[in-house]
Design a protein around this ligand. Structure first.
Ligand SMILES: [Zn+2]
Length: 275
């Protein structure tokens, strides 16, 4: 399942392929969207923005294509109008002079007017997006202190898109590691400083991962590890996927546990201080 940083990069690629250029041809597989094939021709795409795991493609006539990829849906882009070579079934195609974007497989697709976007049932339930440049530290901090969330275990809370959208499995481990917080703790059991660190790292690590193409470790550490000959897999994360490997902060082994069927990775020495 892609997390916020990956979805933002996918949206950027779609934007680079088709935004700002007149649409020369449009295709929708579903009957209810067929009328838009004509009305959107000649229009331009103004932005492509993720909302949780959905992507909103905005057109310059106050209309928006809402797409949610579920498990198998996929956007593919091309510099030509030719469809990519794939066995997947085509749901939508947008062709401009500079490039094309194709949406495949199990996807929910709808057309929404500008003022309907925020009220869409999926979008309405989302918490603040951790990668979105307009999301502030205060908004995220408020979330951690909210009565609806502060009594829930962080290991499960961090995967709830209604709490913060864009945080997934690897960001969950990395945020808790950096904030030095026990995954079994609830926000109400954390110190004021830990809660601030959780809010701070929720934004910082998600945005770093967006900018670096999936790396959550700090640039200085990445450089040092690269000089020692480490591979990307080795320097990419502090804790995620590093079971049995030495913690980059204290040298003790990183351990894993399962919560809700998904593995979480942490440093006992750093994050289970009161045990
Ligand atoms: Zn450690």
């Amino acid at each position: 399942m892609p997390e916020g940083p990956e979805i933002w990069r996918a949206a950027d690629k779609i934007s680079q392929a088709v935004a700002g250029e007149e649409i020369v041809d449009l295709f929708f597989a579903f009957d209810e969207l067929k009328p838009f094939e004509e009305s959107l021709k000649g229009r331009k795409i103004t932005s492509v923005t993720p909302r949780g795991k959905a992507i909103i493609t905005a057109f310059d006539n106050e209309m928006n294509l809402y797409s949610h990829n579920q498990l198998y849906g996929k956007w593919m882009i091309s510099k030509t109008p030719e469809e990519p070579d794939t066995n997947r079934s085509l749901r939508a195609a947008i062709r401009t002079k500079k490039g094309s974007a194709f949406l495949y497989s199990a996807s929910e697709i709808e057309m929404l007017e500008d003022d309907e976007v925020k009220d869409h049932p999926y979008i309405k339930k989302l918490g603040p997006d951790v990668v979105h440049p307009e999301t502030t530290f205060e908004q995220v901090l408020e979330r951690y202190k909210d009565d609806n969330f502060k009594n829930r275990k962080l290991a499960t809370l961090l995967l709830d898109q209604g709490f913060l959208s864009g945080v997934g499995n690897y960001l969950r481990s990395e945020i808790l590691f950096c904030a030095k917080v026990d995954p079994d703790h609830r926000p109400k059991e954390c110190t004021e400083e830990q809660v601030k660190d959780l809010a701070q790292y929720s934004l910082e690590l998600s945005r770093r991962s967006y900018q670096t193409g999936g790396i959550t470790t700090e640039p200085e550490l990445v450089e040092a590890l690269k000089r020692e000959g480490s591979t990307r897999k080795q320097y990419r994360h502090y804790a995620y996927g590093r079971t049995g490997k030495p913690c980059y902060k204290c040298g003790k082994d990183i351990v894993e546990m399962k919560t809700g069927g998904r593995k979480i990775y942490y440093c006992e020495n750093r994050q289970k201080m009161d045990q």
